[in-house]
Structure formats: structure tokens, C-alpha cells
Design a protein around this ligand. Structure first.
Ligand code: G1P
Length: 297
């Protein structure tokens, strides 16, 4: 029987330089989409997929992240006294069970693969998920849950996949697809950030993974890859060379690259419009703004 996926790694050690000066004192993962920090979206998605143990790979200057998941007795008592039941519920949804959350430090920025490898002792010898909080995915059924359901059929290792314009291949891990069945693609190889002419396809890896523990062992033995960093893509590709199954999963949903300013802005607009309590005013404002700009042209 396949082991259930109950552990997830959240690599959150990056400096977030693209968002300076905001990230000078606020970790990128605490930046808010509407009213929730990016990391909360990632946690909620993991919970929906059945994740019970949350492993954060952090670095210096990220203590605000640890505080975020703490209980907040003062706020709680103010909200309770004021009868603000909804807000109290919202606050409590940020709490984590005791012992369910662990923090590991990545002491040097040696790449995504290295960050994941730093968590190896907490994962042990079982399949695990990796969620990159920069990739925010709006979906009726959360992306990782879609993948866990597919994984229950396929086993192996699985990465979320999405088509990207060929010119953008050098921003992603790209899959070499062997065969496709519905949303599941069996993968013959994976390349990290190939130049457009070298990309084996336009199917890119998006930041959701279900990985076999062999990937952790591979991370301990592979060489540095693209950008001089230890790449997760290379450790997964090594599994294929070892004769193991690796799949890409074309998820249902819309992905926002919240690691870029433009992606973050797009997500803000999309998530704002999706909120019932904000939609009407916000939509009217956007319509007005666009008409004004068109009239001025
Ligand atoms: C990472 C992975 C890459 C993947 C991407 C998805 O790259 O290394 O394979 O396609 O996330 O967002 P990064 O964006 O950290 O450079």
C-alpha cells in the first residue's frame, strides 16, 4: 500500500530581493493578498490535501513568520469581549496544533534543492509534499489535493505542471513528456531553466510537488546545477535515470507568480474580485478606472 502524504516542506528562506524595500523588514511570505499573508494560502492548501506536519525551511530575518503562527491571547480576548465571532474564527484559523510545525534553518542560500535537503531528517523515509508559497493557485479543488488524489493512483513522484510561452522556459523547470493520459503526463526527463531553444517542451513545473524519499537521497549526491545552485529539478530527474516513475500533473486552476511584482498585482486583483464582500465596489472601481484611461488615450 502507498504511504499517505502527511508531511509538507515550505521553503521560505529566500531574501525576496525583488520586493525591496518591503522585504527589508517583512518576509516575502507575510506579504498580503487581500487580507491573508501568502503563507496562509499555502498552509490552507496543504491542510485541504491532508497534510499534518508542516516543515518550514527558513533563514535569518524570518522570525515574523514564526510569530505569525503563534497564538495571540491578547487579540483573542479583545475579539471575544467585543463579540467579534467571525474575526475570532479567522484568527484561530492561523493557529497550528502544538508539535505540528517545525522550523529548520538554511544557513546559506545554496538553492531550492539544498533548502529541501535541509529538512531531510524531519521527513525520514516517506513520501512528502513541497509547496512554494510564491506560486499561488486559485482553484475550486486546491491544487495539492488534486495531486494527492492522482498520486493515490500513480505513486512515484509528481510535480504540478502548466504550459508556459516558449520564451519563458528559462524561468522554470521544464518537462520532457513521454506519454499523457488525461491530466497526468509521464516524464522522460526534466531540465532546470533551459534556454528557449533547448527546452524539451513548453510544459513547466509549478511549485507543488509530491516526492519520494529517494529525491532526498539524490539531493545528497548530485552536483550543483543551473545558476550554480543545488536544484530540486535535478534530484527528481535523477529518479527517472534510476528507473523510477515521475509524473507531471496538469492541475485545474489559475496560477499566479507572486514572486514577481506583476504576478502579485494580478493575484491581488483576481482574489479581490473573487471576494463576495469586496467584489461589487472593487469591480465598479476597476471599470471606472479603465474607462477613464481609455477616454484619455
Ligand atoms: C523554482 C523551481 C523551478 C520551477 C519554479 C516554479 O524556480 O526551481 O523548477 O519551475 O520554481 O515556480 P524559482 O522560481 O525558485 O527560480
Amino acid at each position: 500500500m502507498k504511504k499517505k502524504v502527511t508531511k509538507a516542506i515550505f521553503p521560505v528562506a529566500g531574501l525576496g530581493t525583488r520586493f525591496l524595500p518591503a522585504t527589508k523588514s517583512v518576509p516575502k511570505e507575510i506579504m498580503t493578498l487581500v487580507d491573508r499573508p501568502l503563507i496562509q494560502y499555502a498552509i490552507d492548501e496543504a491542510r485541504a490535501a491532508g497534510i499534518k506536519d508542516f516543515i518550514f525551511v527558513t533563514s535569518r530575518g524570518k522570525s515574523a513568520l514564526e510569530d505569525y503562527f503563534d497564538t495571540s491571547p491578547e487579540l483573542e480576548s479583545v475579539l471575544r469581549k467585543g463579540g467579534k465571532t467571525d474575526l475570532l474564527q479567522t484568527l484561530k484559523s492561523t493557529y497550528m496544533d502544538s508539535g505540528a510545525i517545525a522550523y529548520i534553518r538554511q544557513h546559506k542560500p545554496l538553492g531550492l534543492g539544498h533548502a529541501v535537503w535541509c529538512a531531510r531528517k524531519l521527513v525520514g523515509n516517506e513520501p512528502f509534499a513541497v509547496i512554494l508559497p510564491d506560486d499561488v493557485i486559485a482553484a475550486d479543488k486546491p491544487c495539492l489535493q488534486q495531486m494527492v488524489e492522482a498520486y493515490e493512483e500513480t505513486g512515484g513522484s509528481m510535480v504540478a505542471a502548466m504550459e508556459v510561452p516558449p520564451a519563458q522556459s528559462s524561468s522554470y523547470g521544464i518537462l520532457d513528456v513521454k506519454a499523457e493520459r488525461g491530466p497526468v503526463a509521464s516524464v522522460a526527463g526534466m531540465v532546470e531553466k533551459p534556454a528557449p531553444g533547448d527546452a524539451p517542451s513548453n510544459l513547466a513545473v509549478i511549485g507543488r510537488y509530491i516526492l519520494s524519499p529517494q529525491v532526498l537521497r539524490n539531493l545528497g549526491s548530485i552536483d550543483k546545477g543551473a545558476g550554480g545552485e543545488l536544484q530540486l529539478t535535478d534530484a527528481i530527474a535523477a529518479e527517472i535515470d534510476q528507473g523510477r516513475d515521475v509524473f507531471g500533473y496538469r492541475f485545474d486552476g489559475q496560477r499566479f507568480d507572486c514572486g514577481s511584482k506583476s504576478g502579485f498585482l494580478q493575484a491581488t486583483v483576481a482574489f479581490g474580485l473573487a471576494r463576495e464582500d469586496l467584489r461589487d465596489d472593487f469591480e465598479a472601481y476597476l471599470h471606472g478606472l479603465i474607462s477613464m484611461r481609455q477616454a484619455a488615450q
